[in-house]
Write a protein that binds this ligand. Structure first.
Ligand SMILES: [Zn+2]
Ligand SMILES: [Zn+2]
Length: 254
């Protein structure tokens, strides 16, 4: 098993277990039924990545490197500075990509399949439509080339992003004092619960994936006094059929 997958599965297992003991939203009983379509789509996305998307990314990175394209290859920076530059710029890209997923109708069709979950927990971090995965892989190719990212930089970023995503989707009851402290640096569950609110103004806030600074900088940062009263999900697609695998898969077409 590769390192990224091992870290992801360990974080998922740990958070999933902890959610049973210290849940933010209490009284959830059918957790495995809720998780099943998410696990299935994770396997589909994993296979798609392994057999198609990684090869595409590797080819683009190798082409950029052999032609000395990208900031990392042209700026006279130390290796540490290149890593920081790659991390920061790619995290900003992730912010704008997520925002585009909310603003552009075509992208939203796929992204709303992530938002239609009415009982968000750590497994929601796996609930991304394969269409969104393919689109995000294609659109980020020019970005990784422009930055001049190496494959190991991308892999480390993706591993950190996976752990962050599993954490900020979680149903862990984190004391507000700790959440406030953590969200000065990273996205927290309370921040992302606001993003998964069915209220439009709240859905269109808190786009960042890793560092919370981007939402503050681009004025999309939003908090809420009591996150227990949030209606998680969307106004539509709330029925049981959209929580099952087939309903999730056809959500972009409806
Ligand atoms: Zn979103
Ligand atoms: Zn989310």
């Amino acid at each position: 098993m590769d390192t990224k997958l091992f870290i992801m599965i360990s974080a998922l297992a740990l958070i999933f277990t902890l959610e049973s003991f210290i849940p933010h939203y209490k009284g959830r009983t059918a957790r495995m039924k809720h998780a099943f379509p998410h696990f299935t789509v994770a396997i589909i996305n994993g296979l798609l990545t392994k057999f198609l998307l990684t090869g595409l990314t590797l080819a683009a990175l190798a082409w950029a490197e052999s032609n000395a394209l990208g900031l990392s290859h042209t700026l006279p920076l130390t290796s540490a500075a290149k890593w920081i530059l790659a991390f920061v710029l790619f995290d900003i890209w992730m912010y704008w990509w997520h925002l585009a997923n909310h603003c552009l109708e075509f992208l939203w069709r796929f992204h709303r399949a992530h938002h239609s979950d009415t009982e968000m927990d750590t497994t929601t971090a796996l609930r991304f439509h394969p269409g969104e995965l393919v689109l995000s892989t294609f659109f980020r190719l020019p970005v990784v080339i422009l930055i001049g990212m190496s494959f190991s930089q991308l892999l480390v970023f993706e591993t950190a992003l996976s752990v962050s995503t599993l954490f900020h989707h979680s149903n862990l009851a984190i004391p507000e004092k700790w959440d406030r402290m953590l969200r000065t640096v990273i996205v927290t569950p309370n921040m992302h619960r606001v993003h998964h609110s069915a209220t439009g103004a709240e859905t269109n806030s808190n786009y960042t994936s890793l560092l919370s600074v981007w939402d503050r900088l681009f004025r999309s940062f939003r908090t809420r006094e009591d996150t227990h009263t949030i209606t998680i999900g969307l106004q539509s697609f709330r029925e049981d059929r959209y929580q099952r695998l087939w309903g999730f898969m056809i959500t972009p077409l409806l």
